[in-house]
Write a protein that binds this ligand. Sequence first.
Ligand code: ADP
Ligand code: MG
Length: 434
Amino acid sequence: MTKFEELGLSEELLKGVRELGFDEAFPIQEAVIPVLLTGRDVVGQAHTGSGKTAAFALSMLQEIQPKKGIQGLIMAPTRELAMQITDEIKKFGKHARIRVATVYGGQGMGLQLDALERGVEIVVATPGRLIDHLKRGSIELRDVTHIVLDEADTMLDMGFIDDIQFILDLAPEDRVMSLFSATMPTEILRLSEEYLKNPKQFLLDADDLSGEGIDQSYLVIKDRDKFKYLIDFVKPIKGQSIVFCSTKYRTRDVAKFLHQEKFNAVAIEGDMSQHRREQSMGKFRSGKADILVATDVASRGIDVPRVELVINYDVPNQELAYFHRIGRTARAGAKGQAITFVSYSSVGDWNLIKRQIKVPLKDLNQEMGIEISIPDPLKRQTPSRRYGGQSRSNYSRGGYGRTDRGRDSRDDRGGRKRYADKGSRNSYGGRSRW
Ligand code: ADP
Ligand code: MG
């Protein structure tokens, strides 16, 4: 383990890091920070909760000068993640006189324009709203020297790639760029070569996505029995829990049921107003709510250290989403628990995910003596067609993250007609799936 002092960071930043109580650098930080500081592009893969934010944020803060324009640009797939990254940067940079603005859909332009007018050195953005600012001239990228794509595999996925291309075309060629994610499929690594110059790759846990420190189990039950079991599992939890559902509708329903049962639950899904989204996240982060019921909008990047349990109320329909969802627990070396509810019709999808899990997985049907009364043919169900048969590639089925493609939202699409014309594959035309 390396001390932060050995990584080439300024005293101002080290002070910020110490105040956060960080003692030693985590492996991805130790690996990446010195390389980014030499000005080389980086691909950084390390498991969920392993400190990737600090790896790119500290390197960026170190290189950026006060009052010299927007030099750092970080892009993330969801508003909540963009806000979280901003908060972290502010903590690290508390003594460094670097100003940060968050640019995301759903919030009025006014607040963002005010912040930008006062002057900032770093912008953390979701792509859609960033493009709006670029088009109206309220953000210019000519001084940008450092670019990060967090959750990079999502950012280079079909839902976002055109936006990213548009944005990168407006940034100077001479820049340090880095990509970070817990999941870095080979297709993304290949694609990254188009955007990065001779990047140094750090693939720290590429062979094992399974989630260190997460006790994983699953339960095959009838869909209508899920709620009863949900109550049983969340009741004894002393910390916080996240319940992931497959649709916005189910998310609202499950949250409603939990309220009826007097649980302190909040919900987040893409059809809620930004105000309500922020209210939910605020309550959950501050510990005022015990349970967050969410669509995949909360599956990537969200860091709430007290989360002890993740329940997949529905099997995710995008297999990498499983690893991101369960990675909302066991943050920063802590322990956590993940339980997946598998309805009879999802057994095939679950089997596909299960094959990728390389740690012991508890079969709760066996453990709790719960019989599965699936008619035989279903038990032997082969992978469903939408997973492209035997192919393990998300890309080969024509759209990685098809179901968890996170358009920033339908309400921040203003002024992007050019993109809207690109049709349905770029879900501008429709509502967000999250
Ligand atoms: P990732 O992006 O890899 O999923 P995050 O950057 O969100 O992970 O970090 C997960 C948690 O670990 C955060 O709460 C962060 O504050 C904490 N953390 C990061 N680096 C360190 C460190 N060196 N020591 C202690 N805690 C850390
Ligand atoms: Mg992260």
